[in-house]
Ligand binder design. Sequence first.
Ligand SMILES: Nc1ncnc2c1ncn2[C@@H]1O[C@H](COP(=O)(O)OP(=O)(O)OP(=O)(O)O)[C@@H](O)[C@H]1O
Length: 989
Amino acid sequence: MRLPPWLKSMLKSFSFLNVFSGFLQMQHVELTLDRLRSAIKQQGLDVGVADVEHLSILCPQVVRLSGQDIGAMRASDAIVITDPLTESRDQYEAASNHTIGRKRASMSAIINIIKKREHAFELSLLDAFRSLVGKRSGERLKIPSKEYLLQFMKEKATETLSGDAKHARTTRSTATKSQSARKHCQGTSLLRPIEMLEHLREGFGAHGQIMHVEEIKARMANYVEIPSELSDLTKSILKKIGISRLYSHQAESIHASLSGKNVIVATMISSGKSLCYNIPVVEVLSQNLLSCSLYLFPTKALAQDQLRTLSLMTEGLKLSLNAGVYDGDTSQEERQWLRDNARLLITNPDMLHLSILPFHSQFQRILAHLRFIIIDEAHAYKGAFGCHTALVLRRLRRLCSYVYGCDPLFIFCTGTSGNPRDHAMELASLSTLELIQNDGSPCGPKFFVLWNPPFLNTGSKILGKMDTCEFARKEVTSRCSSPIMEVSSLLAEMVQHGLHCIAFCKTRKLSELVLCYTREILQEVAPHLVDSVFAYRAGYIAQDRRKIENEFFGGKLRGIAATNALELGIDVGDVDATLHLGFPGSFASLWQQAGRSGRRERPSLAVYVAFEGPLDQYYMKYPEKLFKSPVECCHIDAQNKQVLEQHLVCAALEYPLNLLYDEKYFGPGLNGVILTLMDKGYLFSDLSDSSSGMWSYIGHEKNPSHAVSLRAIESEKYKVIDHKKNEVLEEIEESRAFFQIYEGAVYMHQGKTYIIKNLDLAAKIALCQEADLKYYTKTRDYTDVHVVNGNLAYPTKVSGMQLSRTNAQANNCQVTTTWFGFYRIWRGSREIFDAVELSLPKYTYESHAVWIRVPQPMKTAVENQKLSFRAGLHAASHAVLQVVPLFIQCNSSDLASECANPHDKRYFPERILLYDRHPGGSGISAQAQPIFGDLLNTALELLEACCCNKETGCPNCIQILSCGEYNEVLEKRTAIMILKGVIEAESHV
Ligand SMILES: Nc1ncnc2c1ncn2[C@@H]1O[C@H](COP(=O)(O)OP(=O)(O)OP(=O)(O)O)[C@@H](O)[C@H]1O
């Protein structure tokens, strides 16, 4: 059914309603269908519409009324309820007239939603009133004035909720309900970060959310004079950028680099590390006009940031560095120009591996005169990515040495690593490295707030600091307000009061949701600031990202809802506050994110808002564990046989391998790997000439590096195009695409909602159209994991841990996702109101899994007790997944568990299995294998310690946000039985 054209045109004429929609949104109270039905019944009214069940009364722009509210307005008006399934204008009119006619007595307000199966149209209170009552049937009813309605709403906003409204609150989902009770700050006075903390304490945060405030004290600078040995040009550059003295560590590291030492600078975030490499580079490159430098950054954004810094330093001076960024976004002409002219080439390890080393002769000028290799954000090179980068650097060093006769120095920088020196030495295979860590930079005080969304009890009073379990015993379903809403409200508050703020979110979707809610709040309290908040995440096209970075740096934007794409050292200017939606997966990440604020000695604020999961709640309860723990060590294993094989093939193409000379780069495993590669047909040596000992590449691929992905980056992507503007909004990796784009999907981008109109699978293009929708969509899918045997490519080192023996196995696996439909879900209430079928191709990728078999007698024992083995396994896998970040530095979204689909009746393997979510694997499940026994024990402890008494568990134990099956088919008691059984079997290993 389509919305009748007459109604559409009528609605257009009520655009003034948009002005009030934010206001109305804030004021609503919620009503369940049951409550509506009984309220209507209590008043002896005949609803007259066939089936109240079909009423959709949950959209945010419709005022939701409790029975009590209906009573309150009894004298005034009428309620019009139309059947949402009405199919035509005639039926529609008949239904509404019929309805109105039969209840003209004394109903109190209007709730009207017209819904069809494909799209849902929602009318605001006034819309509905005007269109239905005012224009169509108004003569027969009293119409409340606009003033009356607004007054009513104002009163509602201040009144304490009680009676029916209370009940409605506690039975609804949590996202918007606490918001509706808590007024948003309307102020826009300028506040400094410390004043903001007080402001929060007295206002928005006065409901016990603030669990702890850690004051990280200010630190005085230790300055030294600018060394006299520096050239006049370098001194003039320092003067130009306003540096009159150096921090002591800067002088120390510059001296070490200029004395020919490899250096790692491991000082605080924002401690002026970039000068530690820029000054020696400028000094050397200005003295010898042939000398060159190579800068490596892990992200494109950092590369751009550094180019900006270098331009500011050198513009207008007689120094032609011809600096430029050589990455995937660089045009062919620019690449050619940089190859011919650049003396300072900024790139990333992926580009080095794919486009520089295999074509090294084109970079002959640069490689032959390479004096420095700069590796900033060294801590980013860990795990699988670190392992690959280590081998790329070995390939670079041997080419420089054998082919171009040079031995460049390294300067590493890191702000967050537990083992900076060892890690960097392993990364670049260096035998000596000077560690600079006596930090001479100043820093302003930082107030780090731990913030737990408030609890709501059955009386819907917001409770203060209540022990999670104490509360869980009382009422689990109405635990607390949504952390997403809390972060959105905080972001709005910061922006309103003139603070520059970044809200870090774990996923792309969360960053879009936070942006969307923040804008809604700002629309209500400070509409002129709505466009000063943006989202920043992977997927956006490069041009858009640059624009956001520049506008935030320039102060035009005040707030950003970002993923960790903005986490690493980009200098985004004066940030006053950071928000952190959930623990980001490692201390290093958290400190990196928080380090974005408070640069240049300014006081700053950081607020970590907890999710309900065990890890976040653990830190809320034990803040010292957060603030006193050292940052994690970075591990790489450059001897990993499988990775070594891959890179030796590439290295042999670049320059023949030699056992005698290459062992110092590739380690003692070189001989064995060369023989394996010979057997596989990649390498050949003329054994008749035993003196040469050279192994040449004879494989079929023209450029074997194309087959090796350093960080499992997918090349196949889907483009999302705004149909009307013909503009590319985003490119989504193939593995993620069908979770977001399919015909009918609601797609979010920069706080706007779009509907996907067409998906062209062959061209990999999704056309979308902007649409103001109050619902979102979520796919219905299932994922099969097929375990296959094979060696794993990534390290299994877990530092300082006693490894227990275990039955758990780590294997390669094949992950296949099948999409069979999607749900339409109201925002705010998160209620599913429609299910639609889908037909999309399956997506399969290779990954790695860690798993343990559940003993057969355990299955029999569970079934004998008439419990569901599937539900127990599913819940046990969730519990194990929840505890992984306690042992391994990772995000819980890096891994997934095998989840039982409620409709799937096929055989379900008797195993607890976790797998790497990224195609190609990320190495985390391999790291989990040796500690699987600990994971099982901790998961059992978690379940036994959680006081929720629900069989389906709670977010503290077995319910997880990322469950592909929406936490259906879960049994906590059975999970405990199964875990005990598996742990018992482990004790016999
Ligand atoms: N000696 C100095 N005196 C005054 N300001 C300085 C000095 N050195 C650096 N700064 C300023 O400190 C700020 C931070 O510098 P920079 O971005 O180099 O820090 P960083 O340690 O590289 O940061 P990150 O940890 O994010 O990578 C810059 O604005 C820079 O201009």
